[in-house]
Ligand binder design. Sequence first.
Ligand code: DON
Length: 304
Amino acid sequence: MIDYQNILNTINQSVRQEKDKGKIASYIPELANVDINNFGVHLQLISGEQYAVGNSQQLFSIQSISKVLSLALAMSQMGTAIWKRLDVEPSGNPFNHLSLLELEKGLPRNPFINSGAIVIADILVSNLENPKTDFLNYVRDITGDNSINYNLKVTQSEKETGFKNYAAANLLKSFNNLNNDVEVVLDFYFHQCALEMSCAQLSKAFYLFANKGECLASKGRLTKSQAKRINAIMLTCGFYDEAGEFAFEVGLPGKSGVGGGIVALLPNEFVISVWSPGLNERGNSKLGMQALEQFTTLANQSIF
Ligand code: DON
């Protein structure tokens, strides 16, 4: 038996001693109002057991982690038709990089870079009756938690400063890969990124990806094949220009957000969510990555 609680306690102790905690994202001004000393981990085993340490119940802005959830809803609604609009190749570039999009004529490399997530947002805006409410309800459903909500201050803050996302959406529009108005699609996208969740809630939301598409709380929302494919994209594209490093150090599919959260999972075994708001130079949680490296090393578990 692996002593998970002991492992989480060890990680908590070692990570909290780190002097360099990275830098809080400030390009979305509202994100800067967070204490850099927050650190939490929640581990959800597929068997049902849970372990936690630190600020694992505190809400934070999930930002790009939401791109996995919007992709899951788009795949469950539209199936494979979505892949006419975007690709599944790692970009090797930062999340908000634009020149590749122009070079590749408006076909985003993958659904986790911003341009790809904006195409997924466009698909959801076209297909959902009440896009923002329906997406929120989907996340509440798969998590089994109706308290989850958007932080509208974060939505507004990103709306006022999201110039590169406006550029990406306009570029997509110029290549006929955006069917709805730029404003409408970005309003949806800025809401989805402004979802607030805790590590504990994120572990529950991501349970279905680790459990062949079956949710913890409610009935399954994905096929086994869809869960497999989303995990593959998390592994190859979940950390942008640091996807190789994450696979090398941690060895799990996962997804990061500029709010400092990371969710990673081992299919059929567990989901682990980490939050530490300080980011490294590539925009991923500095101590979060460190904690996950320690976790897979100490527990001796990874996909490899
Ligand atoms: O679009 C943006 O820039 C943010 N809403 C999300 C970026 C993000 O989280 C990238 N992930 N590390």
